[in-house]
Ligand binder design. Sequence first.
Ligand SMILES: [Zn+2]
Length: 160
Amino acid sequence: MKERRNRKIWGPREEYRPILDRVIKDFPSVLEHIKPERIFLCGFLARRSRFLAKISPNKTPWNLLTPDFDYAIQFHDPRYSKMDRYKQRAVMFHELFHIPPGGFEVGGPAYRKTKRHDVEDFSPFIKLYGIHLEKAGNMKQGESLWMKESGSSSSSSEED
Ligand SMILES: [Zn+2]
């Protein structure tokens, strides 16, 4: 039998919850629709991962077992845990931003859906925080900077 060279060891990561709470506090209107208690945080140890973090909706049939969660965010721990606080917040913000308004509204059209990167809304991320998060220090300025940037890139940002 072939040895599995990149085995993942998984676990819950409640220790990342303060980061989630902080980001919601720093982006009160952008993330107004987020229900933190409906988000499961987990992580894995592995030598490699194609992604640093990823959000997934709670889908059938597993949502029958775990009805209390709408989304799970998973982190590649070796990388995420070593980032500075601003990069960690920027990554968390990015993942939360994948949740559309209505993402927690049971039975609604956006319920347990995620926004894709091709949505124009994501463009401020690279501009503000950098393609490799080299400008993540901009997270310090919270929502005001974000509003300025996203306001200028999409003139009609009305959506419900
Ligand atoms: Zn993403």
